[in-house]
Design a protein around this ligand. Structure first.
Ligand code: C2E
Ligand code: CA
Ligand code: CA
Length: 657
């Protein structure tokens, strides 16, 4: 699979789930941090505000001692006690002098001033500062830093969590002594700050709203992530599902196959098998495309059942399947393939289906499934299209043939432009006087690097890819040009035949097309003979009959090439009126059948004569054959006995009369 294709598929599958997950985590983190700090800050703020409020009140109370003396003592005492009564936060007041001797106290309470605390808080106190002595039990809640009261959040949270919820009751009380230096005295005010849940009501509502918001976000994200995951799953499934069989598709085959080949390297022998049903298109024509697809589905199911561990198979296209099979021995694999064919045959009871199978033995270390499958396909292609059960095993020669086909196709256009195709002429000799009676134009490719290439190495390829149409036109034009030149030089012309491939008979204006080419050179039509093969009959018969009629009406002799080779039928002679019958060389080959062949030849000649046709015998190599044909009154003989096809110049030299 190409890199870019792989990338595209990966992109399709990885449908951006990670950004969502990361987004969700980020959102949660950000919310968490914001919430925690908001909570912390606002919690601390509430406590701190209460604390500041209470310390302001404490300072006010402490300031009452500003003019403390024995005279004012009583008045101050009353005022202070009244303050203590009224102010919820202030519980007690004690006053000590510089030497820490008690001066006055609202009760028995004094701060615990053990040495440690003193050490910690008292040294270096400036007169103006309010200092805090922290009550023993809550000492962890507050610390003092540079004159400010700092609330320890963690300790505060502990208090919250340990407290029992009761809106009316304070869930905790923060007790602390504030030490306020006043007029050389130290006024110590015991603050007892009650903290209610109510104090945190607004904050609680905010927390709830935020939590709700976060939940909505989280739910939304979770839903979108879940739907994304399922859509990725669906996409992945679609990517790897074959639309005809509903099973694994080709992509999946390549993926799984590559894995298997890599894993099985060294300890499992693999064979890649290309299996195709013959005449699938005809089946669809007869029974409909839907039935055809149903059939493929059934084939797939049947084959799938036969797959073992470490094997994989998939539908490719039409009625073609790829199977990556484990084998132990070649014969065992062959047997297994035959069994698979039988199983597939059982899918269609009462109907015989045929399969073409191409096998490629995968070498250890090979893991390019597409390449390997291509080789299996090449092997199968070599079998042709016949309706037979056949297995072909890939060999290097097949690959060479494919490479050759590629080369031919790459070079053909350039070759035509560069006039690399050359006309060779093979004489047809008259049996009457052994003189030149005609010739056949045969093409040769003089390739700049490959050298001389005979037509059997490229004509079949051109017939497959359609280039034969251009080549035949070229040959026809070359012959028209040669004949025109000879005519101009005053030479006596003989009819030269050109081959008209069956591919031409798809165009209805073929006769006009041929006329146009020949007429460019003003050559008499009778001097250009057109050879067509019977196989053209298998295509559009109407076009063939029409074209032949028009060509003959225009004065072109028409001959039937290779009569007797392949699917020859006398019937075609009945329908097709032609001028020349070219008897195929096959009749004269093979000693054991020669006698029967000659008998048929003599009958065919007889028949052709009665139908008013001229006879040309092809591929004649011996004197005996010439004598026999002369005796049978065959008109012309073409064969190595007289001459091989030769370049035009040589032909002129040899047969110039
Ligand atoms: P074909 O049209 O039947 O041409 C006759 C073939 O038999 C030629 O092979 C010729 O060289 C060969 N031949 C002639 N006498 C003898 C003989 O005594 N013994 C043997 N063994 N062979 C003999 P060639 O030139 O190799 O052409 C092969 C085929 O390629 C032709 O068969 C024809 O079907 C095709 N072909 C050649 N040139 C063209 C062309 O320009 N257009 C088309 N469409 N086909 C062409
Ligand atoms: Ca021919
Ligand atoms: Ca022939």
């Amino acid at each position: 699979m190409g890199k870019s294709k792989e990338e595209r598929i990966k992109k399709l599958k990885k449908k951006r789930i990670w950004p969502s997950v990361v987004g969700l985590i980020l959102i949660l983190c950000v919310f968490g941090i914001v919430m925690a700090s908001a909570l912390g800050l606002s919690g601390m703020d509430i406590v701190q505000r209460k604390l500041m409020d209470s310390s302001r009140k404490s300072v006010k109370v402490a300031e009452l001692f500003a003019d403390y003396s024995s005279e004012t003592e009583e008045k101050i005492e009353q005022t202070v006690l009244a303050h203590i009564d009224i102010l919820e936060e202030i519980e007690a007041v004690s006053v000590i002098d510089k030497d820490k001797k008690p001066v006055w106290s609202s009760g028995d309470e004094y701060p615990v001033m053990d040495d440690n605390i003193k050490m910690e808080f008292l040294p270096g106190i400036t007169e103006e500062e309010i200092r805090v002595i922290i009550a023993e039990d809550k000492s962890q809640v507050f610390t003092l830093d540079d004159g400010k009261i700092i609330v320890n959040q963690e300790a505060l949270e502990n208090i919250f969590s340990e407290s029992e919820f009761d809106v009316a009751m304070p869930f905790t009380q923060l007790k602390l002594w504030l030490v306020i230096p006043v007029n050389g005295l130290r006024v110590m005010v015991l603050n007892n700050i009650p903290i209610y849940f109510q104090d945190f009501m607004m904050m609680g509502i905010c927390i709830l709203l935020c939590a709700l918001l976060i939940s909505i976000f989280v739910i939304y994200y979770l839903i979108s992530i879940i739907s994304m995951v399922s859509s990725v799953r669906r996409t992945t499934k679609i990517i790897y599902t074959d639309m005809v069989t509903g099973g694994d598709n080709w992509l999946s085959f390549i993926k799984k196959g590559t894995k298997l080949l890599k894993k099985g390297r060294g300890h499992r022998k693999y064979a890649m098998v290309h299996l195709e049903m013959r005449k699938y298109r005809s089946f669809c024509t007869c029974f409909g495309v839907n039935k055809g697809q149903e059939l493929i589905e059934k084939f797939y199911a049947a084959l799938k059942k036969e797959m073992k561990r470490h094997e994989v198979m998939a539908h490719q296209e039409n009625a073609e399947f790829g199977l990556l099979l484990v084998y132990t021995e070649n014969a065992q694999l062959e047997e297994r393939i035959q069994r698979l064919e039988n199983i597939l045959n059982a899918v269609l009871p009462g109907m015989k289906v045929y399969f073409g199978v191409g096998v490629y033995w995968v070498s250890p270390g090979e893991s390019d499934v597409e390449q390997v499958y291509n080789n299996a396909m090449i092997a199968c292609e070599m079998l042709g299209e016949e309706a037979e059960n056949k297995i072909a095993f890939f060999d290097v020669e097949m690959n060479n043939q494919k490479l050759w086909e590629r080369k031919v196709e790459d070079d053909m256009d350039r070759a035509l432009l560069n006039r690399e195709f050359q006309v060779y002429l093979q004489p047809k000799i008259s049996t009457l006087d052994e003189r030149l009676g005609g010739a056949e134009a045969l093409v040769r490719w003089i390739h700049p690097t490959e050298g001389f290439i005979p037509p059997n190495r490229f004509i079949p390829i051109f017939e497959k890819n359609g280039f034969i149409l251009k080549l035949d036109d070229y040959m026809l034009e070359e012959i028209a040009r040669v004949q025109a030149a000879w005519l101009a030089e005053g030479r006596k012309l003989v009819p030269i035949s050109v081959n008209v491939s069956r591919a031409h008979f798809t165009r209805e204006d073929l006769a006009e097309h041929i006329c146009a080419i020949v007429d460019k050179y003003q050559v008499p039509h009778s001097m250009i003979e057109l050879e067509l093969t019977e196989s053209a009959f298998f295509d559009d018969k109407k076009v063939l009959l029409n074209t032949v009629q028009k060509l003959r009406a225009a004065g072109f002799p028409v001959s039937m090439d290779d009569f007797g080779a392949g699917y020859s039928s006398l019937n075609s002679l009945k329908e097709l009126q032609i001028d020349v019958l070219k008897i195929d060389a096959d009749f004269f080959r093979g000693a054991d059948v020669e006698e029967r062949g000659l008998l048929i030849v003599s009958e065919v000649i007889d028949l052709a004569k009665k139908l008013n046709m001229k006879i040309v015998a092809e591929g004649i190599e011996s004197k005996e054959q010439v004598d026999f044909l002369t005796e049978q009154e065959c008109d012309l003989i073409q064969g190595y006995f007289y001459a091989k096809p030769m370049p035009v110049a040589e032909f002129v030299q040899k047969y110039d009369s």
